[in-house]
Design a protein around this ligand. Structure first.
Ligand SMILES: [Zn+2]
Length: 407
């Protein structure tokens, strides 16, 4: 692979040249002699490390046209999807998931951690499809997979064994969903025990409802500390913080901080699904990102669902998710606009433990160049991702064209 020189991109607020060699950032400086490198002029354009998707469900994407979707008094998204899942074939999952990946790459994503549902309905068909896709995308997108129990583990006799099988087949995380079992704590116990036995990190879909009596993240945090798994546990959703009284909430946040839990907010799904039966107020249920960040937690934002009953307009464009997060969580002053993109880059990379990630010499050359000068403009204009670079190779070039006729 020949060297690549990005000329004049904005790095940490200043125009810099970036030399890429052997898939890494070799040098960042005010002016670098191009030598034999291929030069791309990115003068005045914002350069970021590639976007990182930490919580997404490609195996149940693009199925909104197979169901009526949510309506008052009708079945939940959970029920609608569980029914459809029985009909999924390996090839069907592969094709739909591939479409997700292609869109994600086009929109600046260079690393993704995806959930793969494993249960009596879909068995290991998702695992087979996603492992194939993982191999097919080497060099384009780093794809990590979570063996995920969307239907709980105590509702049938096979899921627990299938989850272990999934890990044996190459899935590197275990994913629980306590609110799908009556015995939430029993499920959490099983996941901690099994994760330690198999030596894998944990991810939970947790505290998705608005009933404080069902809170589990404090229990997850306690176990994380007790079992010395600090930094290796992620929690997605965390909608319930929003209905706790402030002193209780502060206590829970302190416990999460102590356990070094990574929090992943999924604002698009929350805003579509939450509070549908509340006739008085529309609770938004988005994790309190600003407050969590201020308390010193690592927080990220992710896509979750794509074109299914959970989020019919879901799209794997993380820049869009940053905007949805800003809108739903009152994040919009200059300071907040400046750190919002961390939620889809550095914080997300930290949540899933990506090594050598960032905009510094020696880091992997996973980069995205935006048609904007700074973070605020990128979010406001939903700037085009002019170049997406993976391991030092341009994997997507995008251009937006406009024609105005004003007179
Ligand atoms: Zn999810």
């Amino acid at each position: 692979m020949s060297d690549l020189l990005l000329r004049g991109g904005i790095v940490d607020g200043r125009e810099r040249d970036i030399l890429v060699r052997d898939g890494r950032i070799a040098r960042i400086a005010e002016r670098i002699d191009a030598g034999a490198a291929e030069v791309i002029d990115v003068g005045g354009k914002l350069v970021l490390p590639g976007f990182v998707e930490t919580h997404i469900h490609p195996d149940k994407a693009f199925i909104a046209d197979r169901t009526q979707g949510l309506r008052a008094g009708g079945p939940t998204a959970q029920t609608l999807v569980a029914e459809l899942k029985k009909t999924f074939t390996v090839d069907d999952i592969y094709q739909r998931a591939r479409k997700v990946m292609e869109l994600a790459v086009r929109h600046g994503c260079t690393s993704m951690r995806a959930h793969v549902e494993i249960d009596s309905f879909v068995e290991l068909r998702g695992v087979e499809a996603m492992r194939r896709l993982q191999a097919d995308l080497i060099g384009v997108l780093d794809l990590e997979l979570i063996a995920f129990a969307q239907e709980g583990i105590f509702n049938d006799g096979v899921t627990k064994d299938l989850l272990r099988e999934g890990v044996k087949m190459g899935l590197r995380w275990l994913g629980g969903c306590p609110y799908m079992d009556k015995d939430q704590r029993g499920q959490i116990d099983w996941f901690f025990e099994t994760a330690q036995e198999l030596g894998v990190p944990l991810d939970f879909h947790a505290d998705s409802s608005d009933d404080p009596a069902l809170l589990t993240c404090d229990y997850i945090a306690e176990h994380t500390i007790k079992r010395r798994m600090q930094g290796r546990v992620t929690v997605g959703h965390l909608c319930m913080l929003d209905v706790l009284e402030p002193p209780h909430r502060a206590q829970v946040i302190a416990k999460l901080r102590e356990a070094r839990i990574h929090v992943i907010s999924l604002p698009a799904t929350e805003m579509h699904v939450k509070a549908r039966t509340d006739t008085r107020r529309t609770w938004r249920g988005v994790a309190r990102l600003g407050e969590l960040r201020e308390a010193g937690l690592n927080v990220a934002v992710s896509t979750n669902n794509i074109v299914n009953p959970f989020t019919p307009y879901g799209h794997p464009d993380l820049l869009r998710q940053a905007l949805v997060a800003a809108l739903s969580m009152h994040l919009g002053n200059l300071d907040q606009m400046a750190w919002l993109l961390e939620l889809i880059t550095t914080n997300a990379a930290q949540a899933i433990g990506i090594e050598g990630y960032g905009l510094a010499e020696g880091c992997r050359a996973d980069l995205v160049v935006l048609d904007a000068r700074d973070s605020a403009q990128a979010i406001t204009e939903q700037a085009e991702k002019l170049y997406v670079i993976k391991n030092g190779r341009v994997v997507a070039r995008n251009r937006r064209t406009n024609e105005l006729s004003l007179s």
